[in-house]
Write a new protein. Structure first.
Length: 232
C-alpha cells in the first residue's frame, strides 16, 4: 500500500469514526469551492447565511455540517475564511497531490484530460489509457495516451490511487477489476453501468443521462403546473 493510499484510508476512517454523515461529506466540496472563491476575492470572514447561499444549501444545514468538523464560527463575526478553507481541504484530503489515471480517452476522456481545474483542487492527471490502437500515442492535455495493456505498469510506476472509468458500458467492469487488482482503491465511474467492487474500494458514479432525466421530470412537472394555472 502506498503512502497516499494509507493517508486516504486513515482520513476516511477518521471522518467515519467521528460519525460524519455521508451527506455532510458530499456537501464539503460545495463549501470548499465557495470558500475558495471568497478567499480569492479577499474576504476574511463569512457568515453562515452568506456561505450557505454561495454553496446552495440552507444555513442551518451548513452550521450542522461544519459542527462535525469542530467549526462553530464566532457570534457576530462568522467563520474565518482562510482557516475554513484549510480545515475542509484537510478533511477532504486535498492537502496533498492525488495522482489520477483516466481510462477511456473518447470525447469525455478528452474533456476530462483537458480540464484545468483539477490541479488547483489537489488532483493531478498522471496518465491516460485507452484500448483503441488509433488513440494510443496521441497527446491529450499534454499527456501521451498509453495502450490498455500498460495499465498495471502505469499504476505501479506512478502511484495511481484514483482511477477514472470513462469507457463504454461493456468495458467498464473489466477496467474496474484491473484497476482494483493493480491496487487502486478509489474509482470515479462515468460509464452508464454500476460497478461491483470489494468492500475496501470506494466508487462514485457520475451518470449524466440520469441527471438529465431527473431534470426532465421536474421540467415536465413545471410545465403541467403552468398549464393547469393557465386553464384555471
Amino acid at each position: 500500500m502506498t503512502r497516499a493510499e494509507r493517508t486516504s484510508r486513515e482520513a476516511r476512517a477518521d471522518v467515519r469514526g467521528r460519525g460524519v454523515p455521508e451527506a455532510t461529506i458530499a456537501r464539503l466540496p460545495l463549501y470548499h469551492r465557495a470558500l475558495v472563491a471568497l478567499d480569492e476575492r479577499g474576504a476574511t470572514t463569512v457568515s453562515s447565511e452568506e456561505l450557505a447561499a454561495a454553496a446552495g444549501v440552507n444555513s442551518a444545514k451548513l452550521r450542522k455540517d461544519l459542527s462535525y468538523l469542530g467549526s462553530y464560527g464566532t457570534r457576530g463575526v462568522g467563520y474565518d475564511v482562510s482557516y475554513l478553507v484549510y480545515q475542509i481541504a484537510r478533511e477532504l484530503g486535498l492537502s496533498q497531490d492525488w495522482p489520477v489515471v483516466i481510462v477511456g480517452v473518447g470525447n469525455l476522456g478528452h474533456a476530462l484530460a483537458n480540464y484545468g481545474g483539477f490541479a488547483s483542487r489537489g488532483f493531478r492527471i498522471a496518465a491516460l489509457v485507452d484500448a483503441a490502437p488509433e488513440r494510443t500515442r496521441e497527446v491529450v492535455g499534454g499527456l501521451t495516451v498509453h495502450p490498455i495493456a500498460e495499465l498495471e505498469r502505469i499504476v505501479a510506476e506512478t502511484g495511481i490511487c484514483i482511477g477514472v472509468v470513462a469507457t463504454p458500458a461493456g468495458a467498464a467492469q473489466e477496467v474496474c477489476d484491473r484497476l482494483v487488482a493493480a491496487g487502486v482503491s478509489s474509482v470515479l465511474n462515468f460509464a452508464p453501468v454500476p460497478l461491483r467492487v470489494p468492500e475496501h474500494v470506494d466508487v462514485r458514479r457520475v451518470d449524466l443521462a440520469s441527471e438529465l432525466q431527473i431534470l426532465a421530470f421536474h421540467q415536465q412537472r413545471k410545465q403541467l403546473e403552468s398549464s393547469r394555472e393557465a386553464v384555471g
